[in-house]
Design a protein around this ligand. Structure first.
Ligand code: ASP
Length: 418
């Protein structure tokens, strides 16, 4: 039997909201990293276990949620509308993001007066063509898509399956019920895995904080500061503004509702990895329906990267300043267009944005080797851009949900979340 004292402390632990526990994990992780330095990496396996556990959920959760969502919607026209709105909002917010990044670097000039040397050895990536992207959307083998975790192909197959199940009516019922029960189990499993989040976040952050000494961070403190500032401004101005203006929704409730996902995104630097947590936030905290969240979020985790776009803008201008290169108005326009495309092609995994930066750099004729200057601190920037990537997906999900009458405002406006 459990003793009374341990029963009371378990109960007390349960009553603390999850986001507070995760935030405590983050703060303690920073402290542990600062105190122990490189030795803090002993905690990394705890973080890795947590990340593996949420990654384990991505494919089954996305697939089953989307099939259930599509069969519940029963209206192909509505689905088309949701798709069009989603893509339009994702593109518009990304263009804003990159413009804010450019503006921040232009105003604060993080690269002026800095002397840094770099070595060569970076090769430019090619942006995929539109035709390649479209052809790649359709899986030859859905099992292969599921096994390799190709989210866009999984979405295409899930939509096809969902529509077919609806079209065959009663005959589809048994399969729909299997998917409903499976999706429910996956949601439950997400909740169980999330109980590990405070410990996982602690392990991940302790490792990161322990491996970056001040001598690496200080020379680049200004560009880090500018990237973080632009990220915060984008969330507070653009996201809050769009929610208030287009959705007539209180942005504070949105920010409260996405905290879990933000902290997991920040510590894992992977928006695809954060997907199960984002889905949970969208449904449980923001009140978005399963159908909308199950479609808009996975698409966002693969193509919507506002944080990465901000970063491309800030870093491209930073490097131009560092090298004393004057950028023309045409160059700025080029950065907006290629940066938006490059961010769409960025995978939601750690470090992907750094590789895609080469596209923007090549486009405006900056030497790719200069990327090495920020490669050493990329993780610190990656954590911020991933958080914005995830925040953007959740904002668009909320707006699309609202516009389609698929947002439960009682849940959205409820005070204490998760
Ligand atoms: N790590 C980012 C993400 O997962 C992508 C990037 O590197 O910009 O969203």
């Amino acid at each position: 039997m459990q003793s009374n004292a341990s029963y009371t402390s378990t109960n007390r632990w349960r009553r603390i909201p999850l986001w507070q526990k995760i935030l405590a994990g983050l703060v303690l992780g920073v402290l542990a990293g600062a105190l122990l330095g490189e030795d803090a990496s002993v905690f990394k396996p705890i973080g890795d276990i947590f990340i593996n556990a949420i990654k384990m959920l991505i494919v089954p959760l996305v697939f089953s949620t989307l099939v259930v969502g599509i069969t519940a919607m029963r209206d192909p026209q509505k689905m088309g509308r949701i798709g069009a709105r989603t893509i339009a909002l994702y593109l518009v917010t990304t263009a804003f993001a990159i413009a804010i990044g450019l503006l921040a670097s232009w105003v604060f000039q993080p690269g002026v007066g800095l002397e840094m040397s770099f070595e060569s050895g970076v090769e430019a990536k090619q942006a995929p063509s539109l035709v390649e992207i479209l052809v790649g959307l359709v899986p030859q083998n859905p099992i292969d898509a599921l096994a390799s975790g190709n989210i866009l192909q999984i979405i295409v197959f899930a939509i096809g399956l969902g529509i077919s199940l609806t079209l065959i009516g009663d005959k589809g019922e048994p399969v729909v019920r299997v998917f409903e029960s499976f999706a429910e189990a996956m949601v439950k499993l997400t909740n169980l895995v999330m109980a590990l989040a405070p410990f996982g976040v602690f392990g991940l952050i302790a490792h990161v904080a322990g491996s970056y000494g001040l001598e690496v961070l200080l020379p680049l403190a200004k560009v880090i500061g500018v990237a973080y500032l632009a990220s915060v401004l984008h969330v507070l101005l653009v996201y809050s503004g769009l929610l208030a203006l287009l959705g007539r929704l209180n942005p504070v409730r949105y920010l409260q509702g996405i905290l879990d996902a933000l902290v997991v995104a920040y510590s894992s630097a992977s928006s695809s990895g954060t997907l199960p947590v984002s889905l949970r936030c969208a449904k449980d905290n923001l009140g978005v329906s399963e159908g909308v969240a199950g479609f808009v979020l996975p698409v966002g985790a693969t193509i919507n990267m506002d944080g990465t776009a901000i970063y491309q803008g800030v870093v491209a201008v930073f490097i131009a300043q560092l090298l004393g290169v004057d950028l023309s108005l045409m160059d700025y326009g080029m950065i907006i267009v290629t940066g938006t495309l490059a961010s769409i092609g960025t995978a939601g995994v750690p470090g992907a944005g750094l590789v895609m930066l080469s596209i923007v750099m090549a486009q405006i004729g900056l030497p790719l080797e200069a990327i090495a200057v920020i490669a050493g601190i990329d993780r610190i920037l990656d954590m911020a851009r991933t958080s914005v990537n995830v925040a953007g997906d959740l904002m668009v999900t909320t707006l699309v949900g609202k516009s389609e009458g698929e947002l439960d405002e009682a849940i959205y406006n409820a005070p204490g979340k998760s």
